[in-house]
Design a protein around this ligand. Structure first.
Ligand SMILES: [Zn+2]
Length: 292
């Protein structure tokens, strides 16, 4: 399946929609770590949600969803940028047992768990909104976020199955009144409510939108492809190392002979030998190649 996001708009109305279906990008993330099924499904849905949410960005940059608590599912983090490149990771407590798969979202993350939505423009100020993870689904928590932070009526449906995920978002565009068709928002929500997980995951976009909204006039935009991409790099790793300070870095070299850093998202390993570290500390670019 080609991973895509499809934007649509209801003619003569202030309501827009987005439909996302992910296969390969979810596989790329799930194949790198062995997650319990429940966690894998939640992570896949969060990836779909992050792609839906990047469509609300009005600039180039990235959006991160991070859920954190003291429950058996410790963290879940997904990130998507304006190029629709997505990555994700979760960490589960060591004492995870299969019966924890039955826990509610709030129980999985524990009491006082929070969902942080961070918007990081390439240029400009970072913004973070935080909502409690007290909804029964991730979609509900995100709807809560939109009401709280943007006062935009928003509905989100998410589904996942066997290394695939899908999502549907409806949102009232800011700065519009609903005109003569005052009940359009509740009507569209009601129609969308009839979508099944199977339809959301498997039906081609045009069929799904016809099945849900055939009595409405829907304008489709060009769909965009979505892919897995990890934004880690040797250069970024160098910046992190430099922030540790010379003493710390030389200490690790003395103990271990080299510094090895693995990206948690994609498992890519970055290795720095003593010469690399000294070059880094002198501020020179580390030359990688056959000499090492
Ligand atoms: Zn990476």
């Amino acid at each position: 399946m080609t991973d895509f996001i499809q934007r649509f708009h209801f003619s003569d109305s202030p309501v827009r929609g987005e439909l996302v279906q992910l296969g390969t990008s979810v596989e790329e993330v799930l194949d790198r770590h062995a997650y319990p099924e429940r966690v894998a499904r939640l992570l896949a849905e969060a990836m779909a949600a992050s792609v839906l949410l990047t469509t609300t960005l009005k600039f180039q940059g990235s959006l991160t969803l991070q859920a954190r608590g003291d429950g058996p599912l410790q963290t879940l983090m997904v990130e998507c940028n304006h190029r629709r490149e997505v990555r994700g990771i979760a960490s589960v407590a060591d004492d995870w047992t299969e019966d924890m798969a039955e826990l509610s979202l709030a129980q999985l993350f524990g009491a006082d768990a929070q969902l942080a939505i961070t918007i990081d423009p390439e240029e400009g100020q970072r913004y973070q909104g935080i909502v409690p993870l007290d909804g029964s689904t991730l979609a509900q928590c995100l709807e809560h976020y939109f009401m709280q932070s943007e006062q935009l009526p928003t509905r989100i449906w998410l589904a996942s199955h066997d290394e695939s995920a899908a999502g549907l978002l409806l949102q009232v565009l800011p700065g519009h009144d609903r005109g003569e068709d005052a009940d359009i928002w509740p009507r569209l929500c009601q129609l969308s409510e009839t979508v099944t997980d199977d339809e959301l995951l498997a039906l081609p976009a045009s069929q799904l939108l016809y099945r849900l909204y055939h009595e409405e006039t829907v304008e489709l935009y060009e769909s965009e492809s979505v892919s897995f991409h990890c934004s880690c790099s040797r250069e970024r790793t160098e910046r992190v190392l430099l922030s540790l300070g010379a003493d710390e870095l030389r200490g690790i070299i003395a103990d271990q002979g080299a510094i090895e850093v693995a990206c948690q998202f994609c498992n890519q390993e970055y290795r720095f030998d003593p010469i690399d570290v000294e070059q880094l500390l002198r501020g020179g670019a580390v030359v990688t190649g056959q000499l090492h």
